[in-house]
Write a protein that binds this ligand. Structure first.
Ligand SMILES: [Zn+2]
Length: 183
């Protein structure tokens, strides 16, 4: 039933099964490794950047609490690492893909856009992140089409049920859901 496989996938291009198969494999690996990062005090989000041949360049989790830095989301951390490793502020000629266990927040969409990343693959959609955890993902209307306009491919909801289960577990463990207190 190949049709069913694509039911929940969100994308801004015609589905490419080769890309999707690779994304499912990488996302499953990230979900497998994420609980270990959480146990070490990281936030419940993990990102990785791969080159076009499928080689891992760098991987990073969210370190907001550990590093006392509000913008150390997994995506920002991994972009910083890759730009340092490749010694460039502009990744656009490298055809790199970013994989992240949850949909990027409004800050990370900006960071990704200005980095020159070519494709974004994410797991859990923001509405699920917000309803399960209470994290605030920001406002980011129509971003998938905005990325298409800028030639950035997006695939979302990849193996999201597994990712949602990890977020539920994070809440069950009473770990910190950090956001500014504005009361
Ligand atoms: Zn973010």
């Amino acid at each position: 039933m190949p049709q069913k496989t694509f039911d929940k996938i969100i994308t801004n291009e015609k589905i490419d099964t080769r890309k999707l198969t690779r994304a499912r494999r990488i996302m499953s690996k990230l979900y497998q490794e994420l609980p270990t990062y959480i146990a070490r005090g990281h936030g419940p989000f993990l990102a990785a950047i791969y080159d076009e041949r499928g080689h891992l360049i760098a991987q990073a989790a969210n370190t907001v609490i550990k590093s006392k830095c509000s913008h150390n989301h997994a995506e920002m951390n991994v972009l910083r690492m890759v730009e340092r490793v490749l010694k460039t502020h502009d990744l656009s000629s490298r055809n790199l893909s970013l994989y992240v266990t949850s949909e990027p927040c409004m800050m990370c969409l900006g960071g990704i856009m200005w980095s020159g990343i070519s494709a974004v693959y994410y797991g859990v959609p923001s509405e699920s992140v917000e309803s399960i955890t209470g994290f605030d993902e920001g406002f980011k209307q129509n971003w998938i089409n905005e990325f298409k306009r800028r030639k950035i491919t997006v695939y979302g909801n990849i193996e999201s049920a597994i990712g949602e289960q990890i977020l539920r577990e994070y809440i069950k463990q009473k770990r910190i859901v950090y956001k500014p207190k504005r009361s």
